[in-house]
Write a new protein. Sequence first.
Length: 376
Amino acid sequence: MIPIIEINEYLCNMNTLTPILSITGSDNTGAAGIQADIKTITAMGGDALTALTAVTVQDSRGISNILDLPTDMVVGQVKAIIDDRHPKVVKVGMVRQPETIHALHHEIVGIPFKVMVPGILTAHNRLLLSESAITAWKSELLPEATLLIVRCNEAELLLGRSIVTDDDMLQAAKRLVEWGTQFVLLRGGHQVAGQLTTLLYGTGIRQFFTSQNTEGWLRHGIRGALSSAIATRLAFGDDISQAISLAHAYMHSQVVYAVENKNQSHRMADHYNLLMTLIAAHYREAHDVAFYADHMAITPRYLTKVTDSVVGKSPKQVIDDYLMKESISLLETSRMSIGEIASKLGYSSLAMFSNFFRAHQGCSPKEYRSSLGKTE
């Protein structure tokens, strides 16, 4: 039998922990959903409070069945937690019933920080929300979000537009902010082969992050764990940038790099990830290796060792590959003139851009666009 004094100490400690409310569905594998949120919030030192919205039947192949809880059951859980524990942060995940979405809008409106993760698509790209549920999210919950976390393919469904380039990501995030969301974390851009691009966008912030660890960041449950980690840091008093940075660091150490190639040093991988993050943020104005080495506080020679070790390329090749992917995306998907594309990518003249493009593609930008059946 546990001594009474130990039980009292436990209850006392529980009441002093920072409460974070998670409203989402269940994942019987424990890799995502309410189970993963409890793990993450608790591991980071918060007090995980929950309101269950749905019960799922799933395994490593995906979800085979979903039972949505009645609206009054979901709302009852939320009201009980808010009235009793007064959480300052709520994370809202899987909510699929329009009437529940509408009711939650009124229940959580007074909570200062709201992290919204609609979960429109599963990791296997299965559509989880009906059209009426998506409409309800857009009108009821997204305008209340302190931070909205969505993947690019989900943002395409919300906005009815394709997202191919970095500029597409910026325009999509801008549009989502115009709907009322304060900040957007737009994830899952594939502008560069073998890389994932993420954008944080909001008032005074426009920051790109890039990672080569596509296997790690695309694992089932990563989005839910990341969102609950961010919610926890917000509850601890961090601003948006700090919360995302510290949550990202937690995910790297606890989750993402659990699948990293053990033959590759973490230090090299971290340097490479930082390089790609800097390139994503600065490729429009900086194309030289020295710029990135300086910002990483390492020598160009060591940066060469890093990129050679991780991807078997020089830093210049890595930069040029990124520029080429963005160039081709803009030529294929935008209505911008080639001169406008050259300027947007940081080239001082059309001739310089054309020479760069020809050296890597074997034809001029104009010839490449013509081969697609497009003209200036």
